[in-house]
Design a protein around this ligand. Sequence first.
Ligand code: CP3
Length: 344
Amino acid sequence: MTTEKTILRALAGETLPTPPIWMMRQAGRYLPEYKATRAEAGDFLSLCYNPELAAEVTLQPIRRFGFDAAILFADILLLPQALGMDLWFETGEGPRLSTITKADDLSVLKPVDEIHETLNPVYETVGILSEELPKETTLIGFAGAPWTVATYMIAGRGTPDQGPAHKLKAKDRATFEAVIDLLTEGTIAYLSRQIEAGAEVVKIFDSWAGSLQGDDFKSYSLEPTRKITEAIKAKHPGVPVIAFPRGAGEGYVGTHSATGADCIALDDGVTAEWAAANLQTGGCVQGNLASYHMVSGGDELVSETKRICEAFSQGPHIFNLGHGITPDADPKNVAIMIETVRNS
Ligand code: CP3
């Protein structure tokens, strides 16, 4: 492959001497420059819908650290908002949405072809980024997986155990499946437009996949991701897909073929050694340093970073955290992690 973009080479299956690196939530509250731009925007959602400022915060960690990929600054909950649900963020607490708990509530949802009216600023952000990013930096677009987004739409907020979504699935499967199907269609349309605007890779975040057991994991995590991946690849051949069935545990085995994704992102609940033997044999993997090392630092940060690089060194690997970096992280630890990956 002739591209300078190391992320695209790893996604195409190449084993590189040094893994490319980026970080989930790399634009975020651990960076003073992010906090300044967010204050300028007013609040989080105003930042997401302001193309100039959303592009600015996306570029900040690239300028500061030289990551190999930039991830579009937006949120997985913009899609339910575009579908007609109310969305707001309670300071210090997290997202709040109107809820879907019965068949009647589906009537507030708009047809998929109307989502772009709300989401156009996001595509504009992608357009700005594809002009402004350094030529070696890959631009990643993203969306939430249907199950994860549905858990917020059903509960109206984040929940520790996704109880309300499990309850709707148990009591009124038709309504639950209507939500999953609508989100599957909406996600295909949303990601396609991100690609048309300039996204080179897309990532599907199934942050709550780990609470689905057995057949439910297959039907509501793997299968919607497979449908989205298949549709994206039919419309945009050659655009790689990263799937993140977070918390899947042993369920990670076989997820490249079950989803059709080019790369599987790993949380820190499985060891790199286990994943190298049981998952990386199927394709590229991304991960999986525990986020707390960005807070705690020290020798353990260096030794764990080296261990993960070593464990995945025999196959395609993109270095990342197991989940997003937290607001209490020290940017100095990020720099140490990058230096360790690039020099080990
Ligand atoms: O990774 C990136 O830098 C790109 C931008 C991005 C954000 N959210 C920005 C954000 C991405 C890819 C997401 C995905 C997202 N959003 C997920 C899936 C990944 C995951 O973390 O498991 C989920 C579940 C959400 C929903 C969401 N957004 C929650 C639950 C919260 C509140 C919790 C928190 O961290 O405050 C958000 C807010 C949010 N999304 C922030 C950022 C930078 C913090 C908002 C702020 O500035 O106050």
